[in-house]
Design a protein around this ligand. Structure first.
Ligand code: APR
Ligand code: ZN
Length: 255
């Protein structure tokens, strides 16, 4: 059970922040029913990321990527959970200036967050790698629901790829640059639900730390970067973040 005082300390830090930034990973969507990648029942225990989530795997056999996506289909349309809503509330209060996420599920936007930097892209757009035709997710929703591998509607190619960042691909440069800038500007940087092992995303908390941010971790277990955090709250994001948001609201009402 989390010490009430640690949640209070975190709440105070965030309430007094001039530029709070949240950085999220798969763990924040776990309570929405979306599996995480690592840990005892993580996706990479069942699937080989090289085969289903790398650009060389996709170019070798796009079916493997799509079958992996079909297996997650009903999870891709999950609902935001109280953790997503708590961050959106803190943005509404003018405290959170940006959410930097590694997730492709768009749950932050669906919970109402406005400034969301999607380091690893999302499923909203797709590109034909052969003729470069751009598509919206809606152009392929029927094929996806019928679990058919999408073919380009212009050139017939099987290499139609969602704009998610696969292993071996660069991150969208403009998003990464904005995320670095936000990490530099943050006076409070809150990491939620990430193992912090995948770069360059995992560099951002270190950038925030080196620029003087107060560091808060909300995660169900220790991470490799625990030594850089001022406050560590081990537990479920969906339980902890609403407590933090409540403390912040109460402090704002008193001030
Ligand atoms: N609340 C808080 N933290 C949680 C919860 C929860 N309910 N459930 C799990 N966690 C924590 C786990 O303890 C773990 O440390 O969330 C973290 C999830 O770590 P990963 O599964 O490694 O996910 P993430 O850090 O987002 O992975 C980064 O790796 O495979 C790539 O592109 C993929 O974006 C992903 C990147
Ligand atoms: Zn094409």
């Amino acid at each position: 059970m989390i010490e009430r005082s640690s949640v209070e300390i975190a709440g105070r830090m965030i309430a007094n922040a001039k530029h709070a930034v949240f950085f999220t990973g798969a763990g924040i969507s776990a309570e929405s029913g979306i599996p995480t990648f690592r840990g005892e029942d993580g996706l990479w225990k069942k699937y080989d990321p090289e085969e289903v989530a790398s650009i060389w795997g996709f170019r070798r056999n796009p079916r493997a990527f799509w079958e992996f996506s079909f297996a997650l289909r009903n999870k891709l349309f999950a609902e935001p959970n109280p953790a997503h809503y708590a961050i959106a509330e803190l943005e509404e209060m003018g405290i959170v200036k940006a959410v930097i996420t590694q997730n492709i599920d768009m749950l932050h936007q669906r919970a109402g967050s406005k400034k969301v930097l999607e380091l690893h892209g999302s499923m909203s757009k797709l590109d034909c790698l052969e003729c470069k035709k751009e598509y919206d997710w809606g152009d392929y929703i029927e094929e996806f629901n019928r679990e058919e591998v999408p073919r380009c509607k212009v050139c017939g190619s099987w290499f139609v790829k969602p704009r998610v960042v696969l292993f071996g691909e660069p991150l969208p440069r403009d998003v990464l640059e904005q995320a670095i800038e936000e990490s530099r500007m943050a006076d409070v940087f809150v990491v939620v639900g990430s193992s912090l092992v995948v770069y360059p995303a995992a560099e951002l908390p270190y950038i925030a730390k080196s620029c003087g941010a107060k560091m808060i971790l909300v995660n169900s277990e220790p991470t490799v970067a625990d030594h850089i955090f001022d406050v560590k709250l081990y537990g479920k994001a969906g339980e902890i973040l609403p407590q933090i948001s409540k403390i912040v609201k109460e402090m704002k009402q008193k001030s």
